[in-house]
Design a protein around this ligand. Structure first.
Ligand SMILES: Cc1cc2nc3c(=O)[nH]c(=O)nc-3n(C[C@H](O)[C@H](O)[C@H](O)COP(=O)(O)O)c2cc1C
Length: 387
């Protein structure tokens, strides 16, 4: 087997192994994919300051995110349809995260349900909430997450309306895949994926099917999800959701200093500076570019995490040095999961950890808490200015 040394290696195996429809689902951004591309290329614009002859023994990447101990400040981001990338994908990813000592976030749009993951892992995880028009359903979902002892509610704010990804429409994305001549031809080349999927606990949206009146198959589900995201979500509704939850809350999808201030004012435990991995507002700035401005606005009031575009430990280090207390990875762990199941997620975490540790050492730092602006050269126009 090929030696895997970086996230790109996992991506190459992932592309070969997973049906095209699900590869395209993960590997796309909205519309022209400008923001999707910028998320990665802007990380490259930030340069690292090399230091030498500094005692680098006894290094540690251990830290805390929302008061929880983490082996490194990298959580697995909520990713819909993870259980289509690999059989029981959410359970596998959660187990890898637990073993590594980093948080796992379960998406509302997961295949394995909240209860499946709680039962299989026996450990608290974070639950991500999409707000929907069906308020009874949302209340029940919150209660289910409480009953499963989820340790944080991650409320995603940047998907009141769904961004458009061309490939998903053209591929007729569905879970499980609809059997058209084109998908059948593609599935025949993905037999290992298919055999594993035959033994999967679930092949449809586990948090929804059976929990919403009238939803029993995937075709009605498709129509339901398209209609159900709540376009009227506002800060008042966010506050009510936070009250109902009553535990730790992370507000995800913040890209503007004014919104970050609102999140801090509401008393959230953390925000995730994120553009949803370039899947929502095409043309929005990359997360790493807006991070300095957001840190200046709220850095002393609220814990700040960042995602979108992280593919290496160097990227993690840059986010931390710019002030983030934690990061999330989406695609980087999905590549590992699709490539090799649980072992692949572990591999992705090991790769990123090793890169973070070595980069930290070569920057002359022994501890992630000591990283700061002094480690970086940042382009002057980072931060952006709105009239
Ligand atoms: C395939 C895919 C599905 C996603 N599904 C969700 C979701 O269900 N809920 C959510 O809050 N974010 C979702 N996201 C966004 C991720 O949580 C995260 O913000 C993003 O992946 C970070 O960018 P990265 O993939 O470059 O690391 C999804 C991202 C991808 C790639």
């Amino acid at each position: 087997m090929a030696v895997i040394t970086n996230i790109e290696d996992l991506k190459r195996i992932y592309e070969r192994r997973v049906p095209r429809m699900f590869y395209d689902y993960a590997e796309s951004g909205s519309w022209t994919e400008q923001t999707f591309r910028d998320n990665s290329s802007d990380f490259d614009l930030v340069r690292l300051r090399q230091r030498v002859a500094v005692d680098m023994s006894g290094r540690s990447t251990a830290s805390q995110m929302i008061g929880q101990d983490v082996a490194m400040p990298v959580a697995l981001a909520p990713v819909g349809l993870t259980g289509m990338q690999h059989a029981d994908g959410e359970i596998k990813a959660a187990q890898a995260a637990n073993d590594f000592g980093v948080p796992f976030t379960l998406s509302t749009m997961s295949i394995n349900s909240i209860e499946d993951v709680a039962e299989a892992t026996g450990r608290p995880f974070w639950f991500q909430l999409y707000t929907m028009k069906d308020t009874d359903y949302i209340s029940r979902l919150i209660e289910r997450a409480k009953a499963a002892k989820c340790s944080a509610l991650v409320i995603t704010l940047d998907l009141q309306i769904l961004g458009q990804r061309h490939k998903d429409l053209k591929n007729g994305l569905s879970a499980p895949p609809k059997l058209t001549p084109r998908t059948i031809a593609n599935l025949m080349t993905k037999w290992a994926w298919g055999i594993e999927m035959l033994g999967a606990k679930r092949r449809h949206f586990g948090n929804i099917v059976g929990h919403v009146h009238g939803i029993s198959d995937t075709s009605s589900l498709g129509a339901w999800t398209a209609e159900q995201f709540d376009p009227s979500l506002d800060w008042g509704k966010v506050e009510k959701l936070m009250e109902q939850w009553g535990g730790k809350v992370i507000l995800k999808g913040i890209l503007d200093a004014e919104d970050a201030k609102m999140a801090a004012k509401l008393g959230a435990d953390a925000i995730v500076v994120s553009n949803h991995g370039g899947r929502q507002l095409d043309g929005a700035l990359s997360s790493i570019r807006v991070l300095p401005e957001i840190m200046d606005a709220v850095g002393s009031d609220i814990e700040v995490h960042l995602d979108s575009g992280i593919r290496s430990g160097q990227d993690v280090l840059k986010a931390l040095a710019l002030g983030a207390k934690g990061t999330m990875i989406g695609r980087a762990f999905v590549y590992g999961l699709g490539a090799m199941g649980q072992a692949g997620v572990t591999k992705a975490l090991e790769v990123i950890h090793r890169e973070l540790d070595i980069t930290m050492a070569l920057c002359g730092e022994k501890n992630v808490a000591n990283l700061g602006r002094h480690n970086l050269l940042v382009p002057e126009d980072f931060g952006g200015r709105w009239a």
